[in-house]
Design a protein around this ligand. Structure first.
Ligand code: 8GP
Length: 829
């Protein structure tokens, strides 16, 4: 520690600083160097993919330089650090994003064009890093970008899955899943740290030992697996700060199954060793429920144990007194998935640091913060006690002890209310005894955040009511946000240039509140004209993509109406399709002369269904079946097209969002915790047709309901509607379109029966029937607005102008101040 950055180190630091130059000639040299020596192709002959690899390695070198400087700087300044623990990160592509954040896009483009390559083509060579399912995972990625950009001393920790989220392929309209071999062609964005590895223990028994005259618990593991670090540098924009996303891969440990070697079963011993790697093999593709799965628990503990060992080691490098841990470390639990870390930290403090229970608990409750991302009961994880007892025997004991102390505290506060105590208990009694991971997370965190104002209210009044009454001060909310770097600058360069031109500055890329001044120009015909040109370019790009992918030619004059997100009943893609059927039915039954008045639409749906979710898969098939009829009906022509975009992922979103006119966010009110897709569309000047759910309410506050198409039951109306629904008849229009599906108008009559059953005969849990009329009215409003070009353009500009509040920069600043207590730690430039 002494002598840090002094003497020899200082000299090296000076030499390395700014070592790599960013002018086109230096970049060219680096690219050719990597073609020859990293990719090992001849510099006289290499293709687009190899050029992509070489460029990526050249960019990575620059990231590494800044990464080192940042880590040195953090070490020297020793600020309180944030560690963001998440089982999922949907990073998408890295090249385009890194080049933008390093500020070297033009230089790269120039360097490449002289070598005979096109930057845009090379960017497309990269596959997505899809180490996550949906909203929660993409949010983590956006937040990492903001943490780096705002110079916060932060690291992300997660798992390096060999197989990311499955690839969706569509055969005859049915979803099939294929493994995502994303590492097959190498991954230039990660740095393998063979020397950074930790043993992670599983199974075994707990014994007692006397240490320094005191009784101590010792966990004798039955299996040990090695966690090896892979670092992914995350560059900030407009700063040299580059933070780290450290992902763990499972490798067999040296000590694994020594016994088999000794007994001479060499081959089997090797095969068994290999089994250790299973832990980090595959991402669970079900984005809501995975109750009672052993591998899932092992994944969670594996990444948490390795991360904590790493964090504690880093802390101890500089500090001798473990009591200072909460002053230097904030641990963020991204949903309940990493929550076993609270128990693990207790275990380390008790059994390895030999602290008293009181001291250990004092530390634990000061470092953890927890954010919930859902309201769905099935997503609240429960782990059978038997499973924990077998996989993590010592942890079960500690959970019981935490619960015992909590119950004692509770009794003092609320008296002998055993019913309430059993609701709040971390241990759920019953035929199968479970650990309620959400309760554990609330009890052990000092702050519990919701992801929108509405979500937080639901957490307080429906999900964690008892806890809210007990500790109201623990509950906060931070409305989600997305990064304008990826969602405007990278994905919509034409819009980015236009905004900078009209605002006469590029500063909005770091200070997105500046976008509000676009409001002053919203009615300016020149801006409107240029704005519409940009939209048209993006629609052309999207139309080309649609044609290549589906063979359907779509008209650029049509309104592009998009719903892209995971397929789930509560998100109501089924409502969207029924709306399309209604539109089709109206066109078919219209006089020829009236058809001229129809506003043409291209309805686009994309998203993956969890592999085991039958109804969601039927919705995808229905979309294809309806598209088949509509797209081939000559009476309809360009008036209506329905397109399903297969294998929706981050890079597809980057293409689709800028090219859409209208987007749908139509969950049953009270089910979407926040929703972040809406924010990306908003930034890109795309109008929203939405229910008053999640963060939509805050978007209304920002841009006004008159600039959106809001429909449907409100959050507080939903419970009553559900109670009354068997007494209320669904509107005729609704009954008619469901009947068309039931009667086999689109084929597959028997197959769609169970789907239709979900919305009829007193069921309709997600209230498609009762929202249908107001949905159609909102759609009609959108049609009306679209034909008034001036009005539409103004609304579109106002969307972008009002999107500043939905930047993840704002979310992260709020977290830093109100929840984590961290300060920026900026590298001198
Ligand atoms: C999602 C919420 O559904 C969405 O409303 C919100 O915008 C997003 O999180 C970010 O906060 N939740 C999930 O993706 C989720 O719960 N996924 C986990 C189970 C994997």
């Amino acid at each position: 520690k002494a002598g840090f950055l002094g003497g020899k180190n200082k000299r090296m630091f000076e030499l390395m600083d700014g070592f790599l130059k960013n002018d086109p000639v230096s970049l060219q040299k680096d690219i050719l160097h990597h073609v020859e020596y990293t990719v090992a192709r001849s510099r006289f002959s290499f293709d687009d993919f190899e050029a992509y690899q070489a460029l990526s390695h050249s960019v990575r070198d620059r990231l590494i330089e800044r990464w080192h400087d940042t880590q040195q700087h953090f070490k020297k300044k020793d600020p309180k650090r944030l560690y963001f623990l998440s089982l999922e990160f949907l990073m998408g592509r890295s090249l385009s994003n890194s080049v933008i954040n390093l500020g070297i896009k033009d230089q790269c483009a120039e360097a490449l064009s002289q070598l005979g390559f096109e930057y845009e083509v090379l960017v497309e060579q990269e596959g997505d890093a899809a180490l996550g399912n949906g909203g929660l995972a993409r949010l983590s990625a956006c937040q990492m970008d903001s943490l780096a950009t705002l110079d916060f001393p932060a690291w992300g920790y997660g798992l390096r899955y060999q197989y990311g989220l499955f690839r969706q392929i569509i055969i005859d309209g049915f979803q099939h899943e294929q493994p995502d071999y994303w590492l097959n062609f190498g991954n230039p964005w990660e740095i393998e740290r063979v020397h950074v590895s930790y043993p992670v223990k599983f199974y075994g028994t707990v014994e007692e030992e006397i240490v320094n005259g005191k009784k101590c618990k010792v966990w004798i593991p039955g299996e040990t697996v090695e966690a090896v670090a892979y670092d992914n540098p995350i560059p900030g924009y407009g700063t040299r700060n580059t933070i780290n996303l450290r992902l763990w891969a499972a490798k067999p440990s040296e000590g694994h199954d020594i016994e088999s070697y000794n007994t001479g079963d060499y081959i089997n011993a090797i095969v068994n060793r290999q089994k250790a790697e299973i832990i980090s093999n595959v991402l669970y593709p079900d984005d809501r429920s995975y109750q009672g799965k052993e591998l899932r628990l092992k994944q969670q503990y594996f990444f948490v144990s390795a991360s904590l060992q790493d964090i504690i080691r880093r802390f101890k490098d500089v500090h001798d007194n473990i009591d200072e841990f909460p002053d230097k470390v904030a641990l963020q639990l991204n949903d309940t998935h990493p929550s076993i870390s609270v128990v693990e930290l207790m275990r380390v403090l008790l059994d390895e640091e030999h602290l008293s229970w009181k001291k250990a608990w004092n530390i634990v409750k000061k470092v953890f913060t927890f954010t919930s991302h859902t309201v769905l009961p099935e997503a609240l994880e429960k782990v059978p006690v038997d499973l924990i007892e077998s996989v993590l025997p010592r942890h079960l004991q500690i959970i019981y002890d935490i619960n015992f102390a909590f119950m004692e505290e509770l009794k003092k506060k609320i008296g002998q209310d055993y019913v309430r105590m059993s609701r709040m208990s971390i241990v759920e009694e019953g035929a199968v005894k479970n650990i309620r991971v959400a309760n554990l997370s609330v009890v052990c965190s000092h702050t519990v955040n919701g992801v929108s104002k509405a979500h937080s209210k639901l957490l307080e009044t429906r999900v964690f009511t008892d806890f809210y009454e007990l500790w109201p001060e623990k509950f906060q909310y931070k409305t989600n946000g997305v990064t304008q770097r990826r969602w405007i600058v990278v994905s919509n360069p034409s819009l980015c240039a236009l905004i900078s031109k009209w605002l006469k500055t590029e500063s909005w890329i770091r200070n997105v509140d500046l976008l509000t001044s676009l409001r002053d120009h919203a009615s300016n015909p020149n801006l409107q004209h240029e704005w519409n040109m940009v939209k048209k370019i993006n629609k052309m790009r999207l139309a080309e993509y649609i044609e290549t992918m589906s063979g359907v030619k779509v008209s650029l004059d049509a309104m592009f109406d998009v719903q892209i997100k995971r397929i789930h009943e509560y998100k109501r893609q089924f409502l969207n399709i029924l709306g399309v059927i209604h539109r089709y039915d109206c066109i078919k039954n219209m006089e020829e002369s009236d058809r001229k008045k129809v506003v043409p639409r291209v309805c686009i749906i994309g998203g993956k269904a969890p592999p085991g979710y039958e109804i969601a898969k039927k919705i995808i098939k229905l979309c294809h079946a309806v598209a088949e009829i509509i797209n081939n009906d000559n009476d309809v022509g360009d008036l209506l097209k329905l397109i399903f975009i297969p294998d929706y992922n981050v890079s597809v979103a980057e293409l689709v969002i800028p090219g859409s006119d209208l987007s749908q966010h139509i969950s049953t009110a009270g089910h979407e915790a926040s929703g972040t897709g809406s924010m990306k569309f908003l930034m890109n000047g795309c109008l929203l047709l939405a229910t008053a759910d999640g963060s939509t309410n805050e978007i209304i506050e920002e841009i006004g309901a008159e600039n959106m198409f809001i429909f449907g039951a409100k959050i507080n109306e939903v419970p009553t509607l559900r109670e009354k629904k068997s007494a209320i008849k669904a509107p005729l229009q609704f009954a008619r379109v469901v009947r068309m599906v039931r009667d086999g108008h689109f084929g597959f009559k028997d197959y769609f029966k169970s789907l239709c059953d979900t919305v009829e005969n007193g069921k309709d849990f997600y209230l498609l029937g009762s929202d249908f009329t107001s949905y159609l009215e909102a759609q009609a409003e959108a049609d009306k607005a679209y034909v008034d070009k001036e009005k539409w353009s103004k609304m579109s500009i106002l969307c972008t102008a009002g999107s500043g509040r939905f930047s993840s920069d704002r979310t992260i600043e709020d977290y830093a101040e109100e929840t984590w207590g961290i300060q920026p730690c900026k590298l001198p430039s």
